[in-house]
Design a protein around this ligand. Structure first.
Ligand code: NAI
Ligand code: MG
Length: 334
């Protein structure tokens, strides 16, 4: 029996997590979830956002399915997400944005996969107050971390029969840091002669992603640009409720929705569980259950195509659990 550590998160986390577990459990796979309470409420109760037992579970199981966690605003708090990515060296943040059937957006045929470097760049969080009116923030780019994310993007492209990998950077201004990232990209592309390679400056890529999103395939970029362009990509396919992600390292893997804990709709049974469910499908792919992942994706698509049971973010009036019931029904009828 394969065990997976489950973080129920907070805000909308527990609501969407319960529904996703309902769906995965109906697949009757040799998979068992080890659930943990994490986040703000857990902090109030026991003084830590993530309890020690949860870390032990991760270290045994190596695979985490994670619902969103609120980052309390205040001194001394490091985001749980950043903490987990660092602790388990989850260096490749993979965010596929694919148009879903019958979801109304001004864009069609979007099918891009963003590889966001997950461990360095400005997110190392080193800021220095120089004087009252001046702050310096440190941006770190290393050859080691650039190589591993760029190589993962090319390997993914090769394995998934993708045509092209594009590097996104600002090397025209940040000549040394982004310059290094681009230089490494240009070296590694030579190892993959069957995959096309090109590069874009980040501001230009934002314009082109909106004008011609269908022309993008696999994209690889430093942390900050990946954070921003992947939210943009979620807008192209119908919103944050639909965008899944995988955070992969050499030893550990964590799967989560791109969105946060959505405090504005928490506790109301209104959230769309699709992003977390598609993240769970990426987890099934990773664990070797690709066919089951595809079955769940097909069931989501059928519910979207029928169009009569949709959550509010998709223009419907169904609750989280009603939407899930419809997906379960579609799975049974498959
Ligand atoms: P958010 O992603 O939680 O919400 C942004 C907007 O999208 C809200 O209007 C929300 O209602 C909507 N939304 C998000 N997910 C949705 C879903 N599944 N269905 C329907 N609507 C959805 O971003 P926000 O408000 O900036 O952050 C809230 C909290 O979440 C913060 O504490 C932040 O630090 C945390 N956060 C956690 C993440 C994680 O655990 N991976 C990622 C991003 C933010
Ligand atoms: Mg973000």
């Amino acid at each position: 029996m394969k065990k997976v550590t489950l973080f129920k998160g907070d805000g909308i986390g527990p609501e969407i997590c319960d529904q996703v577990v309902r769906i995965i459990n109906t697949l009757n796979l040799p998979l068992e979830f080890e659930p943990f309470e994490v986040g703000a409420a857990e902090y109030e109760r026991h003084g830590a956002l993530i309890p020690a037992a949860a870390f032990e579970s991760i270290e045994r199981n190596k695979v985490i399915l994670k619902a969103p966690i609120t980052t309390p605003i205040g001194k001394g708090f490091r985001s749980c997400n950043v903490q987990l990515r660092e602790k388990y060296d989850l260096y490749a943040n993979i965010r596929p944005a694919k148009s879903l059937p019958n979801v109304k957006t001004p864009f069609a045929n979007v099918d891009m996969v963003i590889f966001r470097e997950n461990t360095e760049d400005l997110y190392v969080g080193v800021e220095k107050q120089i004087d009252e009116n001046t702050v310096h923030a440190t941006k770190i780019i290393t050859r080691r971390c650039s190589e591993r994310i760029i190589r993962s993007a090319f390997e993914y492209a090769k394995e998934h029969h993708r045509q092209r990998v594009s590097c996104v950077h600002k090397a025209n201004i940040l000549k040394l840091s982004d310059g290094l990232f681009l230089k490494v990209f240009n070296e590694i592309k030579e190892e993959f002669p069957d995959v096309e390679a090109n590069s874009y400056i980040v501001d230009n890529v934002c314009m082109q992603m909106v004008m011609h999103p269908e022309k993008f395939d696999v994209l690889v970029m430093p942390n900050l640009y990946g954070d921003i362009t992947s939210d943009l990509a979620s807008g192209l396919i119908g919103g944050l409720g639909l965008l899944p992600s995988a955070n992969l390292g050499d030893e550990y893997a964590m799967f989560e929705a791109v969105h946060g804990s959505a405090p504005d709709i928490a506790g109301k049974n209104l959230a769309n569980p699709t992003a977390l469910l598609l993240s769970a499908c990426m987890m099934l792919d990773y664990l070797g259950y690709h066919d089951e992942g595809e079955k769940v994706r097909a069931a989501i698509n059928r519910v979207l195509i029928q169009g009569d049971v949709l959550t509010q973010d998709l223009g419907g009036s169904a609750s989280t659990s009603e939407f899930t019931d419809a997906i379960l029904q579609a799975l049974q009828n498959a």
